[in-house]
Design a protein around this ligand. Sequence first.
Ligand SMILES: [Zn+2]
Length: 167
Amino acid sequence: MVEVLQKGNKILEETAKEISPNEISSPKIKGIISNMKDILKNTDDAIALAGPQIGEPLRIFVVSNRFFEKNKQGDLIFINPKIVKLSKEKQWMEEGCLSVRNVYGEVERSKKALIKAEDEHGKKFTFGSSGLLAQVFQHEIDHLNGILFTSKAKNIREDKIDGRKTI
Ligand SMILES: [Zn+2]
């Protein structure tokens, strides 16, 4: 299985590149999506993962079906995601990252986020979110901009994983 890069790796600090329309259905991108799904499936506390975290500085992230109630749908793929709107209302939320293992902190996130993206077939869609999913969207798009949560968190502390979700 592909490894999740850890803080200190330069790829995590890069601005990820857009994926062009004719690249979206290429074997390369299909392989990347497949690797990302594998990691999410095999990492109990993982609910989302961004391309740079597996060493691919491309604008893509995947949200695990584990996130959704009763796993009614498959993993959701977001390619070239852009934030359309963030609520002015924000809240401090506990956050943990697969690339900063066993470290948690609180990050101020908008309560709601509306994003647009393309799916794995290049079809455009918009997706509204609130609460944890809005937090996930903001965290993953930060990854695509080379930002780790530890650069904006307060009360950063080392802690063991105890069933908390990691993104
Ligand atoms: Zn993360």
